[in-house]
Design a protein. Structure first.
Length: 454
């Protein structure tokens, strides 16, 4: 009896995958106890561990990482002499932001317009389900031909580095011949893509103090230094008039020489309003993959509702800086800190606190593992050839793994294509992408095992 193709097996498993993704999305696993109970992350970690045990993984463990969160580990032994592949995903998610702006509850997987909506559906709970689908398809077709390690991180979105520190303290744990990071995405739906580069990042909180306490704006305004006005002026110094990031000492003119991103497509993907221009100079690919980008991700200030006519004595902001390959995140942190300290107006007192940092990453797309993935994607996406692109986001663990295991081949794939709208309201995953990428990953594992026999 001839075994049915991997693609047919994965297709038959999709209803179960949807049920499981719904269960996993239901956990409000934001790794910030100030926003959601820690028990939500613990419950999600327990679900992931149970799923690995059900697939006959050994040594399944909840790893208590130094940042106070848990990563989930499991090991599935393969045939004697087979290579080892590490599969990565994370089960923690971004906060849902304004839940009233979601068209369906953020922690309730909802099918609409051919997509499955829910926080983490693409980033990156769907990535864990992708790994399960690939392994189940192989098991149904004669067995998994490699030894597999799975690691599901519990604080990737917070950037607190718990898993990186744990891996550095236990370097043997995640050792592998090849590593598949399931946390990026295709350039667009239906175009198979591996991610060649990731920007690093640094996250700083800056506070300005100008007065001993708030003052009446009519009585003192015009002479007394307002901390909120000072903060607005300080943050404005981080960009040129055209929107280019202008942190003192930081290079911002690199060029991207690979796959290009048409401006019209980018405007559509980013949902830029008609008449509103893009910021920066150079190609879109230059701006989002090869150059630094500063973003003010939060400001502590009085809300409009209930505001009083007062001068603010203190103001605080959180600033993110994306750092492209070729630049050092630690040096970028120093430059950003120095810029914030030197550009505060009117002698305002400045304090800067670092709350996260990760180095940029560049993959070796010429490695044998990429050949195996290209062959797999060619079958999973008939008529399409694998593309390589950059990604503006950060996965700090990649550099840790590259340093710990310099011989390991690292591939980055995933479900976060532009329509997924990760980190925004109404995040979603394409079930067709989940299905095809699961097929691709299963075929990759088979191809990779065969390549190691030569």
């Amino acid at each position: 009896m001839t075994a049915r193709p991997i693609s047919e097996t994965v297709a038959s498993l999709m209803p179960r995958a949807k049920t499981e993704l719904a269960e996993l999305v239901a956990f409000r696993s934001v790794a910030d106890p100030a926003q959601f109970p820690r028990s939500e992350c613990e419950a999600a970690a327990g679900w992931v561990a149970d799923a690995l045990r059900a697939e006959d993984f050994q040594d399944v463990a909840l790893l208590d990482t130094p940042d106070g969160t848990q990563s989930v580990y499991g090991y599935l032994p393969g045939p004697a002499g087979a290579p080892t592949v590490l599969l990565y995903a994370h089960y923690d998610v971004q906060p849902p932001l304004d839940e009233t702006a979601w068209l369906s509850p953020p922690f309730e997987l909802t099918e609409r317009d051919g997509r499955w909506f829910g926080r983490g559906a693409a980033d990156c709970k769907g990535g864990f389900i992708m790994h399960l689908l690939a392994l189940r398809a192989l098991k149904a077709d004669g067995g998994v031909p490699v030894s597999v390690k799975v690691i599901a991180e519990g604080s990737e979105e917070q950037g607190t580095g718990g898993l990186e520190q744990y891996a550095e303290a236990h370097p043997e744990l995640l050792a592998a011949d090849s590593i598949v990071i399931g946390d990026t995405g295709n350039f667009r739906v239906g175009l198979p893509t591996v991610t060649a580069t990731l920007r690093g990042m640094t996250m700083l909180r800056v506070r300005l103090d100008t007065l001993e306490g708030n003052l009446h704006s009519g009585q003192f305004g015009g002479a007394a230094p307002d901390a909120l006005a000072a903060m607005i002026q300080l943050l404005a110094s981080l960009r040129a008039e055209d929107g280019t990031t202008t942190v003192d000492g930081l290079t911002h003119d690199a060029e991207w020489d690979g796959l290009q991103y048409a401006e019209g497509e980018f405007r559509k993907d980013a949902k830029v309003l008609d008449g509103v221009g893009l910021i920066g100079t150079g190609t879109v690919a230059d701006r989002i993959w090869a150059r630094p980008a500063v973003t003010v991700v939060g400001i502590d200030c009085p809300p409009v509702v209930g505001a009083t006519p007062s001068l603010q004595a203190s103001a605080r902001a959180q600033v993110s800086l994306r750092v492209p390959p070729g630049q050092d995140a630690a040096e970028a942190t120093k430059l950003l800190t120095a810029h914030l300290e030197s550009h505060a107006p009117w002698g305002a007192r400045v304090s800067v606190e670092q709350v996260g940092q990760g180095q940029p990453f560049r993959a070796d797309v010429t490695s044998p593992a990429y050949t195996s993935m290209a062959e797999a994607m060619r079958i999973a996406y008939p008529g399409e050839e694998m593309q390589s692109s950059g990604m503006g986001g950060s996965i700090p663990l990649c550099n840790t793994l590259a340093a710990l295991y310099p011989q390991a081949e690292i591939l980055l794939i995933g479900l976060s294509e532009p329509e997924a709208q990760i980190h925004a309201v109404n995040e979603s995953v394409s079930p067709e992408e989940l299905e095809r990428l699961s097929v691709a990953e299963a075929l990759f594992l088979r191809n990779y095992a065969e390549s190691k026999k030569d």
